[in-house]
Write a protein that binds this ligand. Structure first.
Ligand code: NAD
Length: 485
């Protein structure tokens, strides 16, 4: 991709340009540690400038026909397809993932663009009944205006695109502040797609930076809505600020997701699904399974089979080696995984596989006899660790799975799909899958959590209409109405 454009740049008002303060942000290859690119570091002045450009561009965009808006989104999807190879390598280096995860992000981002193109024509209103003679009364959908988007580093392309594409399709302008770990695939590369697709200047901006830039987006009076994906701790702060300002906010937060394995589950398939649920992308996703709740009859065999699968996974530099897992995103995340594991072991847990690290690499780890009070069990881990707790029956499994303030996703593995469905309906989570892994996402499905895993609308399909538009009640009288004075 045209990385020369990104060099030291932010994207404002349709142009890659130097940030107002001249700051830069090095982009690290997560396996080698090498700084392989430099993005611009946005300042508050850049946020203000991008907001002003959006304020000029958005009203005109909202008045364009749905066909014009849809065309830009479809064209962006075509450009994404053309640039898939370059993007693949970029995502692998910037996020430290295997090629398969990069491929997934690119294809899922393409689906978001195509589904959003279809959405442009579906934000319809309705003609309302009215008690006023001669009055024409209707409700219509209008864009929210300017949407500020704040994203994490783990799936930067798709987590950005799942907001940007529908918001733009529905007539909004969007400014994104990607994570400082991933300013390219989380922002500047997306700007290139829209630039090539002919999106009018000002409608989309990229402001790489950290807390200061995010805070300016949240507090700016002309940013109508904040869509935040990230940790529950930061989400809570953003909700507080947005609440003071009475600003619309949508939060996609963390999880501590349960994978329930019942005695009648197929052992090998359960272990395969368990391994994928906990180790996929080094366990660094919000929909990772952080709690394996296993029925007693299958527990020891499941633990050993899962451990064997963990031992067989290769770990290393995904760009130079053909491996199953890559590096952890940074030292902080690596240390957190080690710390939670050490605490659990000190409280009596048994490491059955893995448990070691080497540089930025964390071996996939299986831990049995985990205390239900340990932080390894009660908190979101974000490392490739599968903690196991044994239960006697399905009722205990449901009670334990629901014993969390989070509520993002759970899975149930059983030989009896009907029983699985009944259990699924008792789980307090925004998403539940029977006989499948916890990491699932589809552009049309309503993705999101309840409890401390999320607040606000859902991403996906027609949920996006609710998310990125407001309703307007509109009446027309045939002539002037009469009043007593
Ligand atoms: P994070 O909360 O530390 O940061 C997320 C984003 O917020 C980053 O862009 C960061 O720069 C910005 N930010 C940090 N403090 C801010 C502040 N005070 N004001 C404004 N912006 C601020 O999260 P992370 O470490 O980047 O990502 C991991 C977290 O994201 C995990 O908790 C994970 O569960 C969650 N996540 C949730 C989903 C979902 O869809 N529910 C998806 C992916 C990740």
């Amino acid at each position: 991709m045209g990385s020369a454009q990104w060099q030291d740049a932010v994207f404002i008002d349709g142009e890659f340009r130097k940030p107002a303060g001249g700051g830069t942000l090095g982009v690290r290859d997560k396996a080698s540690g090498e700084i392989f690119a430099t993005a611009g570091l946005a300042s508050e002045a850049d946020v203000d400038r991008a907001v002003a450009a959006a304020a000029v561009a958005q009203p005109d965009w909202a008045m364009r026909t749905y066909a014009e808006r849809a065309t830009v989104l479809r064209d962006a999807a075509a450009v994404l397809g053309d640039r898939a190879k370059e993007l693949r390598e970029l995502i692998m280096r910037e996020t430290g993932c295997i090629g398969g995860k990069a491929d997934y992000e690119i294809s899922a981002a393409g689906s978001e663009l195509i589904e959003a193109a279809g959405l442009a024509s579906r934000a319809t209103g309705e003609v309302l009944s009215t008690s006023h003679a001669g009055r024409f009364s209707l409700s219509e959908r209008i864009p929210v205006g300017l949407v500020g988007v704040i994203t994490p580093w783990n799936f930067p392309l798709v987590l950005g695109m799942r907001v940007i594409a529908p918001a733009i399709a529905l007539g909004n302008a969007v400014l994104i502040k990607p994570s400082p770990e991933t300013p390219l695939s989380g922002g500047l590369a997306i700007a290139e797609l829209f630039e090539a697709a002919g999106l009018p200047a000002g409608l989309f901006g990229v402001l790489p930076g950290d807390v200061e830039v995010g805070q300016r987006l949240v507090t700016h009076p002309d940013v109508a809505m904040i869509h935040f994906t990230g940790s529950t701790t930061v989400g809570r702060q953003i909700a507080k600020t947005a609440g003071e300002l009475l600003k619309k906010v949508s939060l996609e937060l963390g999880g501590n997701n349960a994978l329930i394995v019942l005695d009648d589950a197929d052992l090998d398939q359960a272990a395969m699904i368990g391994a994928w649920s906990s180790f996929h992308y080094q366990g660094q996703t919000c929909i990772t399974a952080g709690r394996h709740i296993v029925q007693r009859g299958i527990a020891e065999a499941y633990t050993q089979t899962l451990a064997a699968r963990a031992e067989a996974i290769t770990v290393g530099n995904t760009v130079t080696e053909d491996v199953g897992l890559g590096p952890m995103i940074n030292e902080r995340q690596l240390d957190r995984g080690r710390q939670l594991l050490a605490e659990a072991v000190a409280a009596g847990a048994r490491v059955v596989a893995g448990g070691t690290t080497d540089g930025p690499f964390f071996r996939p780890t299986v831990v049995a006899d985990v205390s239900r009070d340990s932080r390894l069990w009660t908190e979101e881990i974000f490392a490739p660790i599968a903690p196991i707790v044994v239960v006697d029956d399905a009722d205990e499994a449901v009670a334990l799975a629901n014993d969390t303030n989070y509520g993002l996703v759970d899975s149930v593995l059983t030989g009896d799909a009907n029983a699985g469905l009944q259990i699924a309906r008792r789980l307090r989570a925004g998403m539940v899958h029977v006989n499948d892994a916890t990491p699932q996402d589809e552009a049309l499905a309503p993705f999101g959590g309840i409890g401390q895993s999320g607040l606000g609308g859902r991403s996906g399909g027609d949920s996006n209409i609710e998310e990125f538009t407001a309703r307007r009640w509109l009446t027309v009288n045939p002539g002037p109405a009469h009043y007593p004075y």
